[in-house]
Design a protein around this ligand. Sequence first.
Ligand code: HEM
Ligand code: HEM
Length: 231
Amino acid sequence: MNESATMPTAVKVWDLPTRLFHWLLLGSVCGSALSVFYFENMTWHAYCGYAVLSLLLFRLVWGFTGGYWSRFVSFIPSVQRSLAYLRQPDNWQQPGHNPLAAWSVWAMLIVLFMQVASGLCADDDAGFNGPASALVSNRTVELLTFYHAGIGKWILGMLIGLHLGAVLFHTFYKLQPLVRAMVSGYRLWQDRQVMFSTDNKLQRLKALGVFSLCAALVLAGVYILEKAASS
Ligand code: HEM
Ligand code: HEM
């Protein structure tokens, strides 16, 4: 057999914007947790939450316009595909999120969004409240605060725990360097016909524009809500 046919190729899986999104998301979620549990600083808690929201909005747009493996169509959750993957995980032919990871990524994005949305309407009864809390009824504030600080934080914590468990399992048991791929963007892959994610200068510039717009939207939204609440 021709040796070059068996040599794996470095395939660009995660474009730079997706990798930055991931590591900034990790930083902002840790920042939200540290600010509330360790530093007890609700202002920084809110800032980290706004960063999470800006990143989530960016990821929503990037799910349609990002590199091939970052697009939502490349990891639509499917029971059929998950079962097929579970039966023969080693035969899985795609370098992006596998069918089980697809569930976990979607769950994480949705639960993070719910955490931020409920935080925006939460009240700590000690002088800090989310900027949207003045717009909803007291009962809604109570319920969303209960969700945010009583339920959502546990669901999010469980999902992050599961995520770290899966990453460790793939890294140390299956010997698949997924973390390295989330840093460098590349995975070694046998199939040369596999799709590459576009990650050129223009694409990165587009991502910067999209992220700046998302962050501006969040900041403007918070400013308007705070103004409306104080008037
Ligand atoms: C607050 C903690 C974390 C959150 C909220 C989080 C969230 C996510 C999300 C949303 C994705 C999907 C990326 C995308 O397609 O946009 C992802 C993927 C990934 N994360 Fe994390 N992550 C966290 C911590 C970590 C840590 C600590 C590591 C490893 C050191 C890690 C390694 C990875 C890897 C390797 C992938 C790609 C998985 C795959 O190949 O399917 N994550 N993470
Ligand atoms: C992903 C982002 C966020 C995470 C991970 C997060 C996490 C948490 C956690 C774990 C608590 C409970 C702390 C405890 O048990 O004492 C909490 C409380 C709180 N958070 Fe967040 N939060 C986020 C975003 C936000 C945002 C954007 C706001 C509003 C601007 C906000 C407002 C609040 C308030 C007011 C409380 C106090 C609730 C109470 O005392 O019952 N959070 N948050």
